[in-house]
Design a protein around this ligand. Sequence first.
Ligand SMILES: Nc1ncnc2c1ncn2[C@@H]1O[C@H](COP(=O)(O)OP(=O)(O)OP(=O)(O)O)[C@@H](O)[C@H]1O
Length: 342
Amino acid sequence: MSLSFEHVGFQYRGTSIGVHDINLSLDSGELVALIGPSGSGKTTLLRLTAGLITGHSGRIVLGGRDLSNMPVHERHIGMMFQHYALFPHLTVLENVAYGLKMAGVKTDERRKKSQKMLELVGLGALAARRPAQLSGGQQQRVALARALAYSPQALLLDEPLSALDASIRGQLRDQIRQLQQQFGATTVLVTHDQEEALAMADRIALLDQGRVLQYGTPTELYENPKNEIVARFVGLSTIVEATVCADNRVDTGYATLACDTAGRATGSAVKLLVRPEHVEADPAEGTANRIAGRVTLNRYLGSYNRYDFVPAGGSEPWLGEARVAPAGSIAVAPEHIRLLAD
Ligand SMILES: Nc1ncnc2c1ncn2[C@@H]1O[C@H](COP(=O)(O)OP(=O)(O)OP(=O)(O)O)[C@@H](O)[C@H]1O
């Protein structure tokens, strides 16, 4: 089922805070991550979609049905939130079966389907337990089984992994993605974890102050961020202030670098974006855009090092990644320097 947001706006009563003129369309089976700073409106948009808050302008359309004035239970949407929200007095199986019961599915079929869903999430053997007898990760898998059990037309995930520790988060992330694809569930995922968004999503919408700043594939947001806010939010980067000193040359104060200046006039102030994997450690003499300096901080991360490199004559560090941190110089190829829009 496709899902679209058409000029969706909402303000909390008595404030101008909320979401403003949201336009997004999700193809059937697509997973879209909503990311953005705290308070940017991600959860608000999700709650509007679920019908947990009402009174928005514009339209939210799921598979051709306008959800706007529809009660929660008629929307056919599965939900999974940060806090598992399982019913403590019901068994794991009864929890999964709950949505099916509400949808009027008969007892036998309900049990069969719920057991099958539990097996899919690897918890078939724990059907008779109560939620309190499960780990956090297991509870989230029950919540996922419950959300998918009644074949929802869309799935809404609000920070589903943020209460879990790192190792389980990675596993469950993959499991959610696999099941979401297997069921072809059109999904909106709210996360504050940009790595999670990059790893799981088909497309990402970056929200800021209730508005969509950029909507595109993870690669588009990473490689072609529309502006500095997006660049800083998605992935690691170095952003350097510079001045255009000639056609396709910029001056940072400590180095003159070659890059595509896209016809900007000499004297224009620009900001350069460089991703850490494009910073070369200890390049050969004569390499373009070579900068001398020293590493002021190195982080050993197992398969590589992530370091801060302060250029001679400069004060702001460049962030680089390499198997071996540089001894005294770095370089960045001209095609890997991107000028940011203002
Ligand atoms: N019930 C409410 N009444 C008034 N303002 C609210 C209410 N709920 C949220 N807000 C405000 O609306 C804005 C958007 O909140 P929202 O929860 O959608 O942000 P978010 O992007 O999900 O943030 P976070 O990443 O911190 O969860 C925030 O400024 C928040 O303080």
